[in-house]
Design a protein around this ligand. Structure first.
Ligand SMILES: Nc1nc2c(ncn2[C@@H]2O[C@H](COP(=O)(O)OP(=O)(O)OP(=O)(O)O)[C@@H](O)[C@H]2O)c(=O)[nH]1
Length: 312
């Protein structure tokens, strides 16, 4: 990073978030404490391995923020007016992220020694800095929520995954037992899927799995949950349905796929698939494992019985 010559343009400076509503009179004094610097493209401004003493404000150019490793996708891009390093600047710990210039950029930097006197001079700037920090906390929370949601969802089909099933089953089980409501579990498996992959290719197989998830979800109630249990196997949790009602629903799911002769995918028209299904109803003594084992036995009977059918 190189020190730069700085032509103070107060109009431009007043656009920066940190100086928002700072009185013009105190702005000149505040700016004395900031040093302009230039960054080259790809220059690392902050790294979790290097202690940071500065608060940076981006004036021109752009910088990307990476969590964990520079090989990860950037979590955000900083542009003119954005701050970098504010957390480590305040708590004097190592930065929590990498910040890298994506193009030649200029920044204003403030050494942490100036922190106390600056805040005395401008409570407004302190207020602005707190707002920047609140923005970071909210961004962190959003990322946490997104990563939690992604951790529960199968990327290919958008169905929930097994991790989610283990978590959700305990809640549904408790709720249904307390409310004295039934809970059914349906296990289903695409028929002859190995042959389908062999004939049409693995990618076509992937699209067929998306078709299955999409078709099933359209038939299900909001409170039912579709889980990709593994490979070409899905589980559906059906709360508040007696076994016969759940069997009617399962039969509708089976028919809805049977009726799809062909569907359109990015590869062009593809033949549909059929499914076999095994259904069981929870008893008070059931765990997820015992319920799945029983549904799996019913599914096995459906496969042996000729496929494209339901057993319970
Ligand atoms: N395209 C694709 N194929 C998958 C995926 N996961 C599992 N498979 C394939 O699914 C096939 C399952 O084959 P099998 O377990 O032999 O069962 P099947 O051919 O469906 O036969 P039945 O279940 O007896 O009707 C295997 O060839 C797996 O490679 C996936 O995500 N995408």
């Amino acid at each position: 990073m190189k020190a730069a010559q700085w032509q103070t343009d107060l109009q431009q400076i007043r656009q920066l978030r940190l100086f928002d509503n700072v009185a013009l009179g105190s702005l000149n004094r505040l700016l004395d404490a900031f040093r302009p610097c230039e960054l080259e493209a790809a220059e690392v401004l902050l790294s979790p391995f290097d202690r940071n003493q500065y608060l940076y404000i981006v004036v021109t150019g752009s910088l990307k923020v990476y969590l964990g490793s520079l090989d990860n996708q950037p979590v955000t891009t900083l542009g003119p007016g954005d701050c970098a390093g504010e957390i480590s600047f305040i708590d004097n710990e190592h930065p929590s992220a990498y910040v890298v210039a994506t193009e030649p950029s200029s920044v204003l930097r403030l050494h942490r020694d100036a922190l106390g006197s600056l805040f005395q001079q401008s409570p407004q700037m302190m207020h602005n800095l707190l707002k920047v920090l609140c923005g970071r906390v909210r961004q962190g929370n959003r990322q946490l929520i997104n990563s939690e949601q992604n951790a529960n969802v199968d990327k290919l089909t958008g169905a929930f995954n097994r991790r989610w099933l283990e978590h959700m089953f305990e809640r549904e089980r408790a709720r249904c037992l307390i409310d004295e409501q039934p809970l059914c579990l349906l296990m289903l498996d695409v028929d002859h899927f190995k042959d389908y992959n062999d004939q049409h290719g693995h990618l076509a197989g992937d699209y067929a799995l998306c078709l299955v998830a999409h078709t099933l979800r359209r038939q299900m109630r909001a409170r039912d949950s579709l889980v990709r249990f593994g490979g070409e196997e899905f589980v559906v949790l059906l709360p508040e349905l007696q076994l016969q009602q759940a069997a009617d629903m399962a039969e509708r799911l089976r028919e809805s796929l049977e009726q799809v002769d062909s569907f359109y995918s990015p590869l062009g028209a593809q033949p549909g698939v059929t499914i076999s299904l095994g259904l069981t109803q929870m008893t008070v003594r059931d765990s997820l494992a015992s319920l799945i084992a029983r549904a799996d036995q019913a599914l096995y009977r459906a496969k042996n019985g000729g496929r494209n059918r339901l057993c319970h």
